[in-house]
Design a protein around this ligand. Structure first.
Ligand SMILES: Cc1ncc(COP(=O)(O)O)c(C=O)c1O
Length: 425
């Protein structure tokens, strides 16, 4: 057995010195033999046996049992994945169009519903045009790879999603990271690179912390000092939820016009799968020409697009779903704070419960939470800093007060009890 196996993480096995590329590093194989590491990995790829509703059923890898769980792990923020009108639209779509698009958008994969949905999204986001991708990750990778070239600069918040970093790597552009939401550091990087073709990529809601981008400060800085820097805003966790009309954090701050490229995923609040970017007509046309995940990949399933059009319609015809989401978020956050739990700087439906540096404690808690009937995934280093290991909770508009209270009781019995015992709260 490997000594101190718990001191290692996936961050330690990236480089592989085995002579055969198809053989993982020998120390990785040794690490994976450790029972405690296997127990940690068992939290991955657990099977949902029902829809990703607020209450669902999973096959637990922890003890091999099927059980009912309160589900704070799915991104079905507005419950649209299972909304009856959306489900019916998908059924009707699949009957008409079949299962897949059977072609890339440039050749035979563009259907009438793709064109219609892209127009709906562009109008919704108040931009000229929209490009659809079959995955959210593909959209970010494709935008960076399609727009940036060697010699360009991609500046990103250090907490940016991996898809933007991967796209940046693929593009060959130089990449620079500023400290999370640190405007002085951003200013320093931009001033050191003045004159370079530069894109600034930020997220509306940061996905592990639930805090917002400081868009007003960024816009002020760019307008006054760096007018050629373009802003790319990833609204994966904010579209349909933030802003008076649900257009996202850009609308929330009244700064949509300053956002050059407005990115969204269709897998979270929309309840389906895919990605999209709204911008001006000619840059979308240009991007379509050079973005491999668009050009060289099958178009989104037309049946899913039928469901997504219905999602957009349901979420925007009034504010019922958003209002419920914010009501639930407020209730749950206040209760967590009353329990003295550290929920960081969140101002959104993404709520971290920060445990601290003990990975062992995190996984002990995760095991108990699950056997008590709460599906809440542990988030370990390197996904988050080693001293801020956490649970990351996704609130949903679909959960009832009784279910939230049931979850809070489990959190108190498991997390609060252990943190009190450790003297942390
Ligand atoms: C901020 C952000 N951008 C992009 C993505 C990629 O979206 P998808 O999961 O739909 O591929 C994610 C997904 O986790 C995300 O959190």
């Amino acid at each position: 057995m490997m000594k101190n196996a718990l001191n290692f993480s996936l961050a330690d096995f990236f480089f592989n010195d085995s002579t055969n590329v198809l053989t993982p590093p020998s120390d990785f194989l040794e690490w994976m033999q450790d029972e405690r590491i296997q127990a940690g990995f068992s939290f991955f790829e657990q099977q949902l046996l029902d829809a990703p509703r607020a209450v669902t059923k999973i096959h637990s890898n922890i003890d091999g049992k099927d059980r009912r769980v309160i589900n704070f792990t799915s991104y079905n923020y507005l419950g649209l994945s299972t909304h009856p009108e959306v489900v019916q639209a998908v059924i009707d779509g699949v009957k008409k169009y079949g299962m897949g698009a059977s072609g890339s958008p440039m050749l035979s994969g563009t259907f009438d519903v793709h064109v219609k949905f892209a127009r709906m999204l562009a109008d919704f986001k108040k931009k000229d045009d929209c490009i659809l991708y079959s995955s959210g990750l593909g959209g970010n990778v494709g935008a960076m790879q399609g727009l940036l070239r060697k010699g360009d600069l991609l500046v990103m918040d250090e907490k940016i999603h991996k898809s933007l970093v991967d796209g940046g790597t693929l593009s060959g552009a130089k990449m620079a990271f500023f400290k999370h939401n640190d405007m002085e550091h951003l200013d320093q990087i931009l001033s050191e690179n003045k004159g370079k073709r530069t894109l600034l990529a930020v997220e509306g809601v940061y996905s592990m912390d639930g805090d917002l981008v400081k868009l007003p400060e960024i816009v002020d800085m760019i307008d006054s000092k760096y007018p050629n820097v373009g802003i790319y805003l990833d609204e994966a966790h904010s579209s349909l939820m933030f802003g008076k009309s649900g257009r996202g954090v850009g609308e929330h701050f009244g700064l949509e016009e300053k956002v050059g490229m407005d990115y969204g995923t269709l897998s979270k609040s929309f309840g389906g799968v895919g990605g999209f970017i709204c911008s001006n007509k000619m840059i979308i046309r240009y991007l379509k020409g050079y973005s491999s995940p668009y050009n060289f990949s099958c178009a989104p399933s037309p049946a899913i697009v039928c469901g997504l059009m219905k999602s957009l319609e349901v979420a925007t015809r009034d504010s019922t779903l958003r209002d419920k989401l914010w009501e639930n978020t407020k209730y749950f956050k206040e209760k967590l704070q009353a329990l003295k739990l550290n929920i960081g700087q969140t101002v959104s439906q993404v709520i971290p419960i920060i445990i601290g540096s003990s990975g062992e404690m995190l996984f002990e808690m995760a095991t108990e939470l699950q056997t008590h009937g709460l599906f809440l995934q542990p988030v370990d280093f390197p996904a988050v800093p080693a001293h801020e290991r956490r649970f990351r909770l996704s609130m949903t508009s679909q959960i009832t007060k009784e279910e939230m209270d049931e979850a809070l009781n489990i959190i108190e019995d498991v997390i609060v009890k252990k943190l009190k015992k450790a003297g942390t709260i």
